[in-house]
Write a protein that binds this ligand. Sequence first.
Ligand SMILES: [Zn+2]
Ligand SMILES: [Zn+2]
Length: 468
Amino acid sequence: MFNYKAKPKYANAKTAVWWDMNCCPVPEGYDAGRVRPSIEGALKELGYYGPVTITAMGDLTEAHPHFLQRLSSTGIVVQHAVNARLATLVFNDLMEFKRNNLPPATIMLISGKLDGQLNFPLGRNQQIQSGYNLVLASSSGGSLQRLHHTADWRWKTLLEAAADSVSQDTTTSYVLRKCSSSTLSSFVCRACKFTGLSVASFTSHLSTEEHKKTDKEEKKNFSVPDFSPFITMNDQAAPEYVNSKTAVWWDMDTCPLPDGYDARRVRPSIEGALKDLGYYGPVTISAMGNLENAHPHVLQGLSSTGILLQHTTRVRSYIYHDLRMFKVDNPPPATIMLISDQVEPVLSIFLSLDQQKSYYNLVLARTFTPPSMSCLCHTAEWLWQTLLARSPETTSCVLRNSASSFLCGSCNFTALSVTDFSRHLSSEEHKKEVSSSLISLLLACISLHFSLSKLFESFSTGVFFYQV
Ligand SMILES: [Zn+2]
Ligand SMILES: [Zn+2]
């Protein structure tokens, strides 16, 4: 992972740091008073000069008072929390931070585990709440997560590298600064919601019977965080999407047309469903799949309403590639609609990372209701069969098909008529191209086998290897 320089909009914006002290402890013999200058030094090296708030969390039952004092003296908020609840607490803190701090702002997570535990809810949230830059530090470093981030430090290296350049003067200036504006700094027990202003009151709280009882209950009552507010409803279009463009990718292999369905009704059905939610902008539709056995009558019907038809046996990579090209040519706001049963699990992870970088409104249609929530954040979802069953509408689309055409993805062949297209798909030339691309695909698959098995392994651990 490359550590990118801060974008101009983040250079003077706030940075909020959450530091998991269980995963990333202060090394033996290291002065806790140098942690803040080290973090700030690493941030400054990348061009982050804005104010930095640091919340240190962990099980502090055994922590030495001198250590707590050194941390606090530099303005770090010190919080005791049960290990198993850290992810939930940090996630809630993050949401509150976003409510109170408009973008741009940078969020820094220091942990070996938090980013893995937060990649699902925070990954979804980062797709809709853009403008919050994410940087990470972890015990191992260099990991490629499902969270889009712009910097990734190794915790020990960060402490050591910055410590070399941090002079005694700098450390002192933090202490002084802290003394003059010390209202924020304090000690918190998240289990009992206790706040102390001195180390003495904090450590004496941690040793009370009442605290020990609460701590025990916290450990026992731990449950998986509830992120249900994120379940997708069919929301009305947000104002910026009412008249903006909608680009539709339709995977005909997994979401086919029912037998006898009039292909000319597809576009009005899709447009009608979009209009129900308030999307009135222009709609482009690309249909893709293995079209070798598609009936010319169906192809003609689709094409007559301005749907672009593409023959390919690799629908997912086509959609991903096309979508990225679309984003380059069409800055937000715009809506992306995916009609496919193949979004989960692999495509959604790539799209989620992409959406965290540049957010576009996303709506989906598929032939089934997925059993679990997607890591992709979308604002509407239809059942493909329900969407198609809308009452027939007359369409004005027949007239605007000038741009429509037929494309064979295997041979890069373009046709303007169904006859030419069908003739191409049954030609020897096409069959030869397909079989030679199948052989190269097979070879690619063999070499990819190792990375893929690693990829699926990583699903269970929450670690994601970026490989297309
Ligand atoms: Zn307590
Ligand atoms: Zn071809």
